[in-house]
Design a protein around this ligand. Structure first.
Ligand SMILES: [Cu+2]
Length: 498
């Protein structure tokens, strides 16, 4: 229906135009050709002059009116080290092209008016003029050279990669329809390697978890944090189509290309709080953030830096916005401490974990710390039940009393604990679930307790402080009704006796 109406409109407009043309031709015949030419020229001249003034006024007015929403003018100052340099390049280009624009605009429309058709006036022809040629070639050439050289210099400064030995932090931004996955290095300051062939449902980035650098890497939630004054190198890549890593206030903008990693190096110079304080000076930022709540927070109070995708990458493109907080180093460190390693929380011990049979260095350290704290608490406690601790990380070969090689870490922690508290002695107790016959269970648990004691004695602990005992299935922690509960009941524990 709509297309039919549009089609009819087009036909009607054509008919009207044809009719106007016919009327015009008839008037020409009546008035005489010469008179019509004179009238038209006069009209065109005056219309050009009007256009000259109105258009120029419009240009300056809109530039003035919109200046506060443009980057680099009004409230939108650059918040990064290189940002001011880019803004300066844009400003100089704008001034030079602005002058050329105004002059040519005036010349064009004023000349149309000045040299309109007048009877008896003849046009002067200049077929060739060397001097003019030199001027209008040389001036643009010089100006363009200045602009291009300055631009190239700025490009080289802005796009420079980090130098060797320079201090910086690196993060990785992976784009896909429709969101960003940002990966931060953990305490080691290094991001683990990845390989697209390792991509699975749980490991969506294809991180190589056999690379120890990846174990403490962090994939934070919606809000991103970066410390102020620290050089940041962002590795940028996409998984599906072209995206673009855009931090408008930081003048950072780089394509995220599938299969071709890019990067951007920048240094944030203002924290979010500092930037908000600058915005506060502008009336438009003192309006309420939510128009429905006039007494609520002002726009400057709710301002946040943002990470946006600056490539039209699909219909959910708008949802690629993320909030970026620039904070002091102390605040950043505090935030980082709260973040959990992606590997340890999402992958470790699950189907996609390539290190299932290994105990990781950082786990060894963590467990040692935890064990030290627990044994101290147990020694100091006066409650009888607090004196028993389960040795969570020791294991035996199935159906035998041979310790698995990974058990040594937990047992070494126990050695350290016994050395730290030389006056305590302990009972080492073996427990089983209720499968198998009770007498066999007691024998197995006794043998397992004895293996633990033997290990401790071999590490220099006096045998007099250690009492092995096998309880079989007589002391379950939980009813033996589910595989999980049965696993809980198969345990080795120790009790501090004095
Ligand atoms: Cu995108």
């Amino acid at each position: 229906m709509t297309s039919l109406i549009v089609l009819l409109c087009v036909i009607l407009i054509t008919v009207v135009l044809v009719q106007i043309g016919k009327v015009y031709e008839l008037t020409n015949v009546i008035k005489g050709e010469q008179q019509v030419l004179r009238d038209n020229s006069k009209w065109n001249g005056w219309l050009s002059l009007t256009f000259l003034v109105v258009f120029l006024f419009g240009v300056f007015y809109s530039a003035w009116d919109y200046k506060n929403v443009m980057l680099g003018y009004g409230p939108h100052h650059a918040a990064s080290e290189h940002g001011a340099l880019l803004d300066n390049i844009f400003f100089i280009t704008l001034v030079i092209t602005g002058i050329v624009f105004v002059l040519t605009h005036i010349a064009l429309f004023y000349f149309v008016y000045k040299y309109r058709y007048q009877e008896g006036r003849k046009a002067k022809f200049i077929p060739h003029d060397n001097r003019l040629e030199v001027w209008w070639t040389a001036i643009p050439a010089v100006v363009m050279t200045i602009l291009v050289v300055r631009g190239l210099n700025a490009w080289n400064t802005v796009m420079a990669d980090v130098k060797e030995g320079e201090e910086y932090m690196e993060i990785e931004a992976t784009a896909q329809q429709f969101g960003w996955t940002l990966r931060y290095p953990g305490n080691d300051g290094k991001i683990g390697t990845r390989d697209y062939k390792l991509t699975t449902g749980a490991n969506t980035l294809g991180v190589d978890f056999t690379d120890s650098k990846s174990w403490d890497d962090i994939i934070p939630g919606q809000e991103l944090y970066l410390p102020v004054g620290k050089k940041v190198r962002v590795r940028i890549i996409a998984k599906d189509v072209l995206h673009n890593f855009y931090l408008p206030q930081h003048r950072v903008k780089m394509d995220a290309v599938p299969g071709l990693p890019t990067y951007f190096v920048f240094t944030p110079t203002k924290t979010t709080a500092e930037y908000r304080n600058e915005l506060r000076k502008y009336p438009e930022y003192n309006e309420p953030f939510d128009a429905a709540d006039p007494t609520g927070p002002k726009r400057w109070e709710k301002f946040d830096y943002e990470l946006a995708c600056a490539e039209l990458c699909g219909k959910g493109h708008y949802s690629m916005r993320r909030v970026l907080k620039i904070v002091t180093q102390e605040e950043y460190d505090a935030w980082l401490k709260q973040q959990k390693s992606f590997y340890l929380t999402e992958i470790r011990g699950k189907a996609d974990d390539p290190n299932k049979d290994k105990v990781l260095d950082l786990e060894v350290r963590e467990r040692a710390k935890e064990f030290g704290e627990n044994i101290k608490k147990a020694v100091e406690s006066t409650t009888a039940t607090d004196k028993t601790l389960v040795l969570n990380h020791i294991g035996f070969e199935t159906g035998s009393a041979t310790l698995t090689s990974n058990s040594k870490y937990e047992l070494d922690n126990l050695v350290t604990g016994l050395n730290a508290f030389p006056n305590i002695s302990i009972e080492v107790a073996g427990h089983t679930d209720n499968s198998g016959d009770p007498a066999g269970n007691v024998a197995l648990s006794s043998a397992r307790a004895a293996s633990v004691v033997k290990y401790l004695v071999d590490r220099g602990i006096s045998a007099g402080r250690l009492k092995p005992r096998g309880y079989g299935d007589t002391k379950p922690l939980a009813p033996n009704d589910t595989p999980d509960n049965m696993a809980k009941n198969r345990r080795t524990e120790f009790t501090i006796l004095n």
